[in-house]
Write a protein that binds this ligand. Structure first.
Ligand code: SF4
Ligand code: FES
Length: 311
């Protein structure tokens, strides 16, 4: 079976669920003990909300090529309408459905059952690098779901909200802290009123011209969909340290490398801070699962070099 010949596998989705309970607003009550966080901070915005937490299992019979998002939609339709998760485009373009699958940040809509279902025995074990075992040694090329000859193995996919962000409900993380950090760095072209010109020297107000090599300097970076997978993978950011985070640095780099932008110096000043590039420890876990193929760690490394070159 190649995943499309109609042979189904039994899989259990083990979902970390969460229902928040209303919290007292310490800021408004003016508590003298309220902490002042970094502007990119680890303060209240990233504090874990309190509420009811539990693990719920859902059994399904699906084709190996089924996406985890489709599994959740099936569960919501047929088993449990209260299960909360977020998605929009359904094909890796909007970035709204980032979660942790088997502990690894990734997108629900591009994750296939055959790649993520693991035998219950493998759950919680780690590979040589210390990462939790995640990918599907359990459904082989022929489509058999029996790992290592164990015909009774229970296939499990474990789901939890994206690490590093406050959980709003079930698999929905509040990514506003990341979006605020990106916004703080002015993620739009600042061209200082310069007008592009046509070949014969006339002003072309509709276009800022670039050569192919100038476009190549930032084109890959412009593919970022602000999904937060790199942030959830980063032990510094997800660990709660004051750090602007890899997604915001990628957004800054995208404009710093754009030949049309005239605010590169100000952009570099904005990230040349203790909680900016100085907080990056070059672990490069951010590069492992970017769904847009951006080598986040390498890009940040080059950005750091560019900022430091000025000194
Ligand atoms: S750099 Fe990649 S992983 Fe990070 S937010 Fe952008 S698309 Fe997502
Ligand atoms: S639903 Fe849009 S990226 Fe997955």
């Amino acid at each position: 079976m190649n995943g499309n010949d109609g042979t189904r596998v039994r899989v259990t989705l083990r979902v970390h669920r969460f229902t928040p309970r209303p919290e007292r607003d310490h800021a408004r009550s003016g508590s003298p003990f309220a902490k002042q966080g970094s502007p990119f901070g680890s303060g209240t915005a990233r504090r874990r909300p309190r509420g009811k937490q539990w693990i719920q299992e859902y059994a399904l019979s699906v084709l190996p090529d089924t996406t985890v998002l489709d599994c959740l939609l099936d569960i919501k339709r047929t088993q449990d309408p209260s299960l909360a998760f977020r998605y929009s485009c359904g094909h890796g373009m909007c970035g709204s459905d980032a979660v942790a699958i088997n502990g690894t940040p990734t997108l629900l809509c591009t994750a296939k059952v055959k790649d993520w279902a693991v035998s219950q025995a493998a759950q919680g074990t780690t590979d040589a690098d210390g990462f939790r075992k995640t990918t599907g040694a359990t459904i082989d090329e022929s489509g058999d779901s029996a790992p290592d000859g164990d015909t009774n193995a229970l296939l499990v996919i474990e789901l939890s909200a994206l690490p590093g962000f406050p959980v709003q409900r079930d698999l929905i993380a509040d990514i506003d802290p990341m979006l605020e950090q990106i916004k703080r760095l002015k993620p739009y072209l600042q061209a200082d009123g310069r007008l592009a010109t046509t070949k014969d020297g006339k002003i072309d107000v509709f276009e800022y011209l670039q050569r192919p090599e100038q476009l190549a300097a930032y084109e890959t970076l412009s593919n970022c969909i602000a999904c937060g997978v790199c942030e959830g993978s980063c032990p510094v950011f997800a660990g709660g340290e004051a750090f602007i985070g890899p997604a915001a640095l990628i957004a800054a780099s995208r404009f710093i490398n754009d030949s049309r932008d005239t605010a590169a110096e100000a952009r570099m000043d904005a990230i040349d801070t203790a909680d900016g590039i100085a907080a990056c420890q070059s672990v490069r876990a951010c590069s492992r699962h970017c769904p847009r193929g951006i080598d986040v760690g390498e890009e940040i490394w080059q950005l750091i070099a560019k900022v430091k070159e000025r000194q």
